[in-house]
Design a protein. Structure first.
Length: 303
């Protein structure tokens, strides 16, 4: 007999519970565990409403989860197989309590979540759009792009964190906020002000998440030892999943084949470890270099 209880998500105590739930139910829901954790430790997520995320348990085992990522009005779901009767409870909670007005909320579903889509339909929600991302299946496709001349891979264990922070600062086009080189002081020669630094550039540098596998990240440097391309990697062995996030190249080095070379390095390393697929993104770049499968998610809104 099932004994269903619920609790609100607590940032400092429940991350491991959520990670385990998403890993164990990956095949049933297609929601990758790093998707949630990466947002938690990123500066772009609005953390003010995390307490609204809710977990469902059966005798202490997590069986359901409702959460947001970014924006906070995009609501995601995870429901274990065998607990389909909770679908109405999850969608009702999402509609009544998750951030945003009813007309602002968007329920994000994956094709595997038919029971949740049926429940949302009964509440007056309908499909409004489709998102597509590219994935590469290692059994049917390969990446073999060489590293362009004049560049080299940074050896694991020899990473300079400040150089990497500078690379991601420029690679994600944050130069409009100011040059990374002035992160320690407002003006050259000005003593470092921790409060100003926190409010500025330093607050935009992401910390390593608990389950990140930084040792599998790929960093490319130029002949001056400047980091110019970075591709992060989450190795989720239980799902044979190589979850690539994030990927960036400094603007002046784009269109030189660096990102393709970085992803090729991932392909060979992660396949050797046992991965059978690797995520990409929605940009057509992934299709052009050889990603051979599309994954879809559906945005449902109130009719």
């Amino acid at each position: 007999m099932k004994e269903i209880t619920t609790k609100q998500f607590q940032l400092l105590s429940d991350n491991q519970i959520v990670w385990d739930l998403l890993v164990k139910s990956y095949a049933e829901n297609a929601v990758a565990a790093p998707f949630f954790e990466y947002a938690l430790t990123s500066t772009w997520q609005d953390k003010r409403y995390l307490y609204l995320n809710r977990l469902w348990f059966d005798r202490g085992r997590a069986v359901g989860f409702v959460f947001y990522e970014n924006p906070c009005t995009d609501i995601y779901f995870c429901l274990r197989h065998g607990y389909e009767e909770l679908a109405d409870e999850l969608t009702e909670y999402a509609e009544r309590h998750m951030p945003g007005k009813r007309e602002e909320k968007t329920f994000i579903f994956h094709p595997e979540q038919a029971v949740l889509m049926e429940s949302a339909g009964k509440r007056g929600y309908g499909q409004a759009f489709v998102n597509e991302d590219y994935v590469i299946d290692f059994g049917t496709a390969a990446l073999n792009y060489p590293l362009p001349e004049g560049f080299h891979f940074v050896k694991p264990g020899h990473v300079d964190p400040v150089k990497l922070a500078r690379c991601t600062w420029k690679g994600f086009d944050h130069e409009d906020k100011g040059p990374f080189e002035n992160w320690e002081a407002e003006d050259p020669g000005t003593p470092w002000n921790p409060q100003k630094a926190y409010q500025g550039v330093i607050s935009d540098i992401m910390a390593p998440p608990p389950h990140s596998t930084c040792e599998y990240g790929v960093i490319i440097a130029n002949e001056k030892e400047e980091y110019v391309c970075f591709s992060g990697m989450w190795w989720v062995q239980e799902n044979r999943l190589a979850y690539m996030e994030p990927l960036c190249t400094i603007p002046e080095y784009r269109h030189n084949g660096l990102a393709a070379a970085a992803l090729s390095a991932h392909y060979h390393r992660m396949k050797e470890l046992g991965a059978d697929h690797m995520t990409g993104g929605g940009n057509d770049f992934y299709r052009r270099i050889g990603y051979n499968r599309r994954t879809r998610s559906y945005g449902w809104k109130k009719s």
